[in-house]
Unconditional design. Structure first.
Length: 328
């Protein structure tokens, strides 16, 4: 007669036969990071990798150092030169004085200190460049992502509008807008922003089409992900490196466009900017009279800032897309 062997409750629950469940407050669970902590950790690691690669580009580091210097000078302008530097009635010198110990860069046609005007004008030029680039990239990224996601008739209409803006001269459109609207910094920002977005839209749309052809986008749709979820959670993070690189490049062209519009007399006459200084120098006849100190400093400032942003943009592109083969 054979005896049936049965497992006792103690043997069934023994630690060797089965793992005991953990309580929610156990130390093992508290040591496991949550989804948000993991996401923050991944972001910090990504930023650290980006900075490590960026530091290897000597030209990019030179451009970044120059930009930090310009930003520091612009932010401290109220402390170093004061807001009364643009006052015409309280000009400290005589009109068109050559550089001297009192005025290192000479004076303008009203007797104002050109060094102080140059420092004060950097605030306007950098602000307009940043705001115009932000507006341009926002419009381009929005149109590019939506046109790449929805496709169909919407994408066709958006891309035909983009093509129309691409073939039209950007400077001519900006001049028309600046002429029709009131002369202010907001008009300059609007005129530059709404005329320089097509290139960004084209690039972002191409990247969006490449992202949406990947398998995890199909899985997201199969799991019930809507349009907003796919565009904001999957497409946007993948196109952001391209948008960041494009922003640094557009800022330089926006600063040049602001200087051009101000030089043509379409800027705000009550605000001092580098382009406005060049326009004042032209009106004062500095080109024919040989007053080089009135022309050279604003032009050099515009060129240096545009070069710095371009160097930073090329370095960012090289880090985010090493296949470009940008030299260091």
């Amino acid at each position: 007669m054979t005896a049936e062997t049965t497992d006792s409750p103690g043997s069934r629950d023994s630690p060797g036969s089965r793992e005991s469940p953990r309580s929610p407050g156990s130390p093992a669970d508290s040591a496991t990071p949550g989804p948000r902590a993991l996401a923050r950790r991944r972001r910090r690691a990504s930023v650290a990798r980006f900075w490590k690669e960026y530091r290897r580009h000597r030209a990019g580091m030179f451009g970044l150092a120059a930009l930090l210097l310009f930003v520091l000078v612009a932010l401290t302008a109220p402390l170093t030169v004061g807001s009364d530097v643009e006052s015409v009635t309280h000009a400290p010198g005589q009109p068109l004085e050559s550089p001297s110990g009192r005025f290192p860069l000479g004076t303008d046609q009203f007797g104002r200190n050109l060094l102080g005007l140059l420092i004060w004008g950097s605030r306007v030029s950098l602000l307009v460049g940043l705001l115009a680039a932000a507006l341009s990239v926002t419009i381009g990224a929005l149109i590019g992502i939506t046109a790449g996601h929805f496709r169909g008739w919407y994408a066709t209409v958006m891309m035909r509008i983009t093509d129309w803006f691409l073939v039209m001269p950007t400077l001519v459109l900006a001049i028309v807008l600046a002429t029709v609207l009131s002369r202010s910094l907001g008009t300059i920002v609007l005129a530059i922003g709404v005329t320089t977005w097509p290139t960004t839209a084209r690039l972002v749309r191409a990247q969006t089409l490449a992202v949406e052809s990947r398998p995890y986008i199909e899985r997201a749709r199969a799991l019930g992900g809507g349009h907003w979820h796919i565009m904001s959670r999957h497409v946007l993070p993948n196109v952001m490196p391209l948008v960041l690189a494009q922003t640094t490049l557009i800022i330089s062209s926006s600063i040049l466009a602001e200087a051009t519009l101000a030089f043509l007399g379409l800027g705000d006459p009550g605000v001092v900017s580098w382009g406005g200084l060049l326009q004042d120098a032209r009106e004062a006849g500095s080109v024919s009279s040989g007053d080089w100190w009135y022309l050279v400093p604003p032009g050099v400032g515009i060129a240096l800032v545009a070069l710095a942003f371009t160097l930073c943009g090329r370095a960012v592109e090289a880090v985010l897309n090493p296949r470009l083969g940008v030299s260091r």
